[in-house]
Design a protein around this ligand. Structure first.
Ligand code: CP
Length: 329
């Protein structure tokens, strides 16, 4: 499809998202999620063309403000912004005045004074991105706050699953590993429950939050039981940087009980697919033989969907930018 036709197709999708910020999945309706996934689907097609550029964010400024390391999220927001013709700036926090003791809010207010339109923020503290969104004038996207939420990850995971299975409802999806520290798990649980999937979580008791059933999931401590008859097995990284004590006896023992290998995966449903948000700890939570097997692994598809989802989210939030512009005039 030509870029002009693609533009016309995307332009023709009626806006189904009227929020200023994307801070989390909790609270989004099924129709808002479906709108973002449908829009992202059209961006997957665009991203597979030679000419990947549209002018949806022409004249807008996007700032990536990452207080924690990132490969996938930061680079895909940067690419997404550039493909929509925004001016993109990546703040390198470790060489910024944060190193001289400037606070999160002072940093954000300083950037806000430069009149960006979109601020993409990752921070180690749960709730930090929400707090920041209350101080600035632009749209804010949560790129991961502590163990709270990582909404664009859940959207890209949902898009990956929906494109493979043609649906989300009725699927059985096991999320396995360090649930306690995982913003990816929380956002996925909210989204998958909202869209009618059955969610299981599998972890040792030390890696689960208190009363995990309150999230509307089935809880398993035995991976072989939890994985049985699943359509999707989503593996999570052990987040040792967030652990204050020793929560597992050893990584070797952890792999024995909770690492995904062919023997455990054989208990899942025929046609099962494996996902991982990355970065992976090979041989700790997942065997390389599974991670690299394109017949079962959707890990590369997840990365591809990440760019499309971030384009869709920024496009959807830009309805607000357009409203602000009409007020200015
Ligand atoms: N999945 C994810 O958030 O990866 P990065 O930390 O590389 O952004």
């Amino acid at each position: 499809m030509k870029a002009a036709d693609q533009h016309a197709r995307i332009h023709a999708i009626p806006s189904g998202f009227s929020r200023r910020h994307l801070l989390g999945i909790e609270g989004l309706s099924a129709s808002e999620i479906t709108y973002l996934l449908d829009l992202a689907d059209s961006y997957v097609d665009l991203n597979r063309q030679i000419n990947k550029k549209l002018d949806r964010l022409k004249g807008r400024t996007l700032i990536n403000l990452f207080f924690e390391p990132s490969t996938r999220t930061q680079s895909s927001f940067e690419l997404a912004g550039k493909r929509l013709s925004a001016d993109v700036m990546n703040m390198t926090v470790h060489t910024s005045a944060v190193n001289k003791g400037e606070t999160l809010i002072d940093t954000a207010m300083t950037l806000n004074a430069m009149r960006p339109d979109l601020l993409v923020v990752r921070h180690s503290a749960s709730g930090a991105v929400q707090l920041l969104s209350e101080k600035v004038d632009c749209s804010v996207i949560n790129a991961g706050d502590g163990a709270h939420e990582h909404p664009t990850q859940a959207l890209l995971d949902a898009l990956t699953i929906r494109r493979h299975f043609d649906r989300l409802d009725g699927l059985t999806i096991a999320i396995c590993g360090d649930i306690l520290h995982s913003r990816v798990a929380r956002s996925n649980i909210y989204l998958l429950n909202r869209m009618g999937a059955r969610v299981r979580i599998i972890a040792p008791p030390t890696l689960l939050p208190p009363e995990p059933e309150r999230f509307g999931v089935e809880v398993f401590h035995n991976m072989r039981e939890g994985i049985r008859d699943c359509d999707i097995v989503m593996m999570l990284r052990l987040q040792s940087e967030r652990m204050t004590g020793s929560l597992i006896p050893s990584t070797r023992e952890y792999f024995h009980y909770y690492g995904l290998d062919r023997e455990k995966l054989s208990l899942a449903r025929d046609g099962v697919r494996v996902m991982h948000p990355g970065p992976m700890n090979r041989g700790v939570e997942i065997d390389s033989a599974i991670a690299d097997d394109r017949a079962v692994s959707l890990i590369h598809d997840q990365v591809e969907m990440g760019v499309a989802v971030r384009m869709a989210v920024m496009d959807a939030l830009s309805a607000h930018l357009r409203n602000d512009l009409s007020k200015e005039i």
